[in-house]
Design a protein around this ligand. Structure first.
Ligand code: NAP
Ligand code: GCO
Length: 289
């Protein structure tokens, strides 16, 4: 008799993780591979795709990868066609690619606003639109969007990002509403604050070696008193990609160490000595945005 763990297996499935050369995308792709999926990834520039190939090779993960800008529908359609011919039909799409610009709203140019909205919201629309017809034909599909705490909460300087991630929550619900009848499940992962290159500026140690004020703030707001690690999100990525979640649709699953459930404590009360031993584990971003 098949056991419950069989419901989490992805054997025979093709999974496309966008922007997966490093960071959360690399973790999601690694997790889905370990669950049995064939991995396909893209990134915005060749040097990132090459970096991804190196990372996957080091991890012993065979991948198909290519440059593809998720905001360019022509490139996305061509990428999907290529994958379907060379690897197979796409069963799972994780819309992971994203950018953030931390600029006070009234100082942000429309071009900067548009860039964030295009990557973080229009990109998932374009990629989902490209894979859903095939999923309808096959009578099944999984789409997982990269939402964020900023799908629910705002903060200074991230207006475009929050607007995009809030919109992405509603796109998740709308794909569920429109395509759930074809056995397509569209959910979202809502990470809290995770230690990746994207958040490295928020955690950089002060010149005197002390904790960054924002680092102290996030730890005081998080019951776990720590930043998330990419490993923390791997299990949820497999779950939402697998038959184990076939009756979950249109949901944002927050994986945040409890930060969205907790009013927080006085940052000055944090005992910094508890974190002194933590080592900065940062990839270096290949290039600034
Ligand atoms: P990230 O720095 O946001 O990287 C995402 C990847 O997508 C990078 O390789 C990036 O390339 C690539 N990318 C950017 N624009 C693209 C485009 N137009 N087409 C294709 N690829 C593109 O990394 P992350 O921290 O691992 O975050 C991954 C996702 O989770 C993002 O959507 C992010 O918003 C979301 N998220 C992150 C956190 C967190 O705390 N880290 C929390 C919640 C949600 P570049 O290196 O050139 O930018
Ligand atoms: C920021 C951070 C956050 C995280 C994440 C939180 O500047 O506040 O980058 O936006 O990336 O989205 O869930």
């Amino acid at each position: 008799m098949a056991g419950i763990l069989d419901k989490f297996k992805l054997d025979g499935k093709v999974a496309w993780v966008t922007g997966a050369s490093y960071g959360l995308g690399l973790a999601y792709a690694t997790a889905l591979y370990q669950a049995g999926a064939k991995i396909v990834f893209n990134d915005i520039k060749q040097e990132l795709v090459d970096r991804g190939f190196e990372a996957y090779k080091k991890a012993g993960i065979p991948v198909y990868g290519a440059v593809c800008d998720v905001t360019n529908e022509e490139q996305v359609q061509a990428f999907v066609k290529d994958v379907e011919e060379k690897v197979g039909p796409i069963d799972i799409l994780i819309n992971n690619a994203g950018i953030i610009k931390r600029i006070p709203m009234i100082e942000m140019s429309v071009a900067q606003w548009d860039q964030v909205i295009n990557v973080d919201l229009t990109g998932p629309f374009i990629c989902s639109k490209a894979v859903i017809p095939g999923m309808i034909k096959r009578g099944r599909g999984k789409i997982i969007n990269a939402c964020s705490m900023m799908s629910e909460l705002g903060r200074e300087t991230v207006s475009a990002y929050a607007a995009a991630k809030g919109g992405l929550k509603m796109l998740t619900r709308n794909i569920c509403s429109e395509y759930g009848q074809y056995n397509i499940q569209c959910n979202a992962i809502g990470p809290g604050y995770i230690a990746t290159p994207q958040t490295a500026p928020l955690r950089a140690r002060q010149a005197d070696g002390s904790m960054a004020p924002f680092d102290r703030f996030i730890r005081s707001k998080t019951p776990a008193q720590r930043w998330g690690e990419t490993d923390d999100l791997m299990g949820l990525a497999v779950f939402l990609s697998s038959p184990a979640s076939d009756f979950i649709n249109g949901q944002v699953v927050y994986i945040d160490g409890g930060i969205t459930a907790y009013i927080g404590q006085d940052p000055s009360q944090l005992d910094e000595s508890k974190f002194a031993a933590e080592v900065e584990k940062e990839d270096v971003k290949v290039a600034d945005k």
